[in-house]
Design a protein around this ligand. Structure first.
Ligand code: MG
Length: 335
């Protein structure tokens, strides 16, 4: 079977620059792909890399896409180098445009995203009123003392039964992480995400040690973004949570099978992709048969050009919301 292969590179400004531990992030670069089979049926995929998570870059993706040519075989596509996980993800998605569910799965709960620092306090009431119960707060952006000083006020602002999900994006060292985990122990903190950097020399021992010493679960995010990382952590018997960004996984189904077999706690998360990629990523979250946790997709409105958002952020995402996303319209919006 031959396919017609097309790709479109994009560079889309975010509505507001995101504050990350790497500094401000103001525009998203990636590549959309389209594969059309001999019967004229088109499938779409999105390669949405995050290079500082250890993925390939948009330039690398574009170079490989240019080299693929206009007519491709499945063999040619599956031979794309294994370190290009985001591109492989996109090609796999485009090769297998899945059809709808006969019985729509139950809606997915969504975690509300809070701004970093003190601004979180003002943001909670409206989100609580809207029905959110899990609130993700980015920490590690200001000093440990300043942020710990806010923790009790943030907890007090949560609705009844509400929980905080803290994401440090690897900003802390061991001592700082210990201070935080000590403080979280008797507070409504669902988990602490990536307390120490994935690239620290002793990251594996450090994270396993922290997970063993404190009751608050620790979630791995940046630590499982590179090729082979997930397999390594599963083999190490990681007792905490896995933050899975399907867009960064070359083989989503394989990864999820391994996680399910390990009875792993999984949180599905956005890679800040366009609606085309988000549709694919959320399909994986809907297909997950393990324990469900609120998905980290409370990201919209995200892009300056709202055509690429596709969804609005609500406390639940329904299967029908996904089915309304039209990949062709997003593809066409890039011309
Ligand atoms: Mg994270």
């Amino acid at each position: 079977m031959q396919y017609r292969f097309e790709y479109r590179r994009y560079c889309l400004p975010f509505r507001l620059p995101l504050r990350t531990s790497q500094g401000p992030w103001s525009e998203r670069e990636g590549v959309l792909v389209r594969l059309t089979d001999e019967g004229g049926r088109a499938g779409y995929g999105e390669a949405a890399p995050i290079p500082w998570y250890g993925t390939e870059t948009a330039n690398e993706i574009e170079t490989v896409c240019r080299g693929l040519g206009e007519q491709v075989t499945v063999e040619r596509l599956t031979a794309v180098a294994s370190h290009l996980g985001c591109l492989r993800h996109a090609l796999a998605a485009a090769l297998a445009p899945s059809s709808g569910h006969r019985d729509p799965p139950a809606p997915l709960g969504v975690a509300a995203l809070l701004p970093a620092g003190r601004a979180a306090l003002a943001a909670i009431p409206a989100r609580a009123e809207a029905g959110f119960r899990i609130f993700k707060w980015k920490v590690g952006v200001e000093t440990v003392a300043d942020e710990l000083g806010l923790l009790d006020d943030v907890c007090a602002a949560l609705p009844g039964g509400g929980q905080l999900r803290l994401d440090a994006n690897g900003a802390w060292d061991r001592r700082q992480a210990e201070r935080w985990l000590d403080r979280c122990a008797d507070r409504p903190v669902e988990h602490v995400e990536q307390p120490v950097p994935a690239e620290a020399a002793d990251a594996t021992d450090l994270l396993l040690g922290l997970a063993g010493d404190y009751p608050t679960p620790i979630a791995l995010d940046e630590s499982i973004a590179g090729e082979g990382d997930l397999e390594r952590w599963l083999a190490a018997g990681w007792p905490g949570v896995y933050v899975v960004k399907p867009s960064l996984l070359a083989n989503v189904a394989g990864a999820l099978d391994a996680l399910l077999e390990a009875k792993a706690a999984v949180v599905f998360s956005s890679a800040l992709e366009t609606a085309l990629g988000a549709r694919q990523a959320l399909r994986a979250a809907f297909a997950w048969t393990g324990e469900r946790r609120a998905v980290g997709f409370g990201v919209w409105p995200l892009f300056a050009d709202a055509r690429f958002d596709g969804l609005v952020t609500t406390p639940f995402i329904r299967w029908d919301d996904l089915e309304r996303i039209n990949p062709e319209a997003i593809w066409n919006a890039l011309t």
